[in-house]
Design a protein around this ligand. Structure first.
Ligand code: HXC
Ligand code: NAP
Length: 294
């Protein structure tokens, strides 16, 4: 029986926690928010589009029976992030977790980008994560909160880099550096910082911008992945909930890759030998062994 797309943690694992999810109205943010609610958390979902957020909040409340607050906030603006934090505290009286998930991205040859296009991605991903982290971190330090968790969504090209998504790769690399830096610096204030690096998890937001038109059919993402499948939203939600929960209390400064082995397949020097047919290996072995005899 397939189990990877089933909820993993026991009921009540996030009971009483208040978690803010940026970009929580759609895609992976929505999937992770759903699971946090199912595990007993109260969730604030925020992004630019308040209508979308309100619809999602209603849908998730009906589905899970949990409490969701929808707050409009463009993470590029520090004043809006402070207002989002204030709205969270007004509604729920506290906040325990921040999931920096909001992002912007599209494929483009870098030389085609205007300066503003490059800035737009850096501003959403890197500056947005910085804005939320700084506002929430200062708050937690000010009130001497004993325990708080920040989880950042990056991607595997945060460390490999990637052509055609250079602003996103640049920004996600910065987010990863921020995660590891603050994991050390702010541990003394009771905060933990971790990151998740997902490989391909189909969402409308990502696929419309990264695989538009027939690129979806031309580049079958599954072929790039040793496990020959894309990710299921629930398996990402399982990992995110674990890293948000007290069960991961001793994990700090880590980035967990969840990509079916995709980035390593692209990296290993001889991984291309996967395409050598089984029946050729006898001959290849013979050729190699014969060299020793001479
Ligand atoms: C070149 C482009 C462009 C394109 C926009 N621009 N799209 N340039 N090619 N396809 C330029 C614009 O002309 C403008 O520059 C600048 O970028 C800002 O564009 P706006 O449309 O004004 O920006 P805004 O309304 O803020 O929208 C931001 C956005 C948009 C990033 C462009 O796509 C968005 O809202 N995205 C949010 C959701 C998203 O991207 N989700 C995917 C995440 S997937 P000028 O110079 O003309 O002013 C992801 C996965 C990674 O991160 C890993 C996968 C495995
Ligand atoms: P998505 O649905 O497009 O999610 C992006 C979210 O960010 C949207 O809800 C969007 O909402 C919000 N957002 C964008 N700009 C914002 C801004 N300026 N301020 C506040 N919110 C903003 O795409 P997704 O695939 O779920 O991506 C979620 C996260 O996973 C991202 O960090 C992405 O980099 C990461 N990721 C995804 C994949 C994948 O395969 N899907 C792989 C690796 C990493 P509004 O438009 O309403 O603002």
């Amino acid at each position: 029986m397939v189990k990877f797309n089933k909820p993993m943690l026991k009921e009540g694992s996030l009971d009483g926690d208040v978690i803010v999810v940026t970009g929580g109205g759609s895609g992976l943010g929505k999937a992770m928010s759903t699971y946090f609610l199912e595990l007993g958390a109260k969730v604030v979902i925020s992004s630019r589009n308040i209508e979308k957020l309100k619809n999602t909040a209603k849908e998730l409340e009906e589905k899970t029976g949990g409490k969701v607050l929808a707050v409009q906030c463009d993470v590029r603006h520090y004043d809006q992030v402070e207002a989002m934090l204030a709205a969270t505290l007004k509604e729920f009286g506290k906040v325990d977790g921040l999931l920096n998930n909001a992002a912007g991205n599209f494929i483009s040859p870098t030389e085609r980008l205007s300066s503003n296009a490059f800035d737009t991605i850096i501003d959403i991903v890197l500056k947005g994560t910085k804005n939320c982290t700084l506002a929430f971190g200062k708050h937690w330090i000010d009130i001497k909160q004993k325990k708080a968790t920040v989880l950042n969504i990056v991607t595997t090209y945060a460390w490999t880099g990637s052509a055609y998504v250079v602003p996103s790769a640049t920004a996600k690399a910065g987010v990863l550096a921020m995660t590891r830096s603050l994991a050390v610096e702010w541990a003394k204030y009771g905060m933990r910082f971790n990151a998740i690096a997902p490989g391909p998890f189909p969402t409308k937001g990502a696929w419309d911008r990264l695989l538009p038109g027939d690129l979806k059919d031309k580049f079958d993402m599954k072929k790039k992945i040793p496990l020959r499948r894309v990710g299921e939203h629930q398996e990402l939600a399982n990992l995110a909930a674990y890293l948000m929960s007290d069960f991961s209390s001793y994990i700090n400064g880590e980035v967990v890759t969840i990509d079916g082995g995709e980035w390593l397949q692209g990296a290993g020097e001889f991984n291309m030998l996967e395409s050598v047919p089984q029946e050729m290996w006898d001959m290849l072995e013979m050729m190699i062994r014969s060299k020793k005899k001479k």
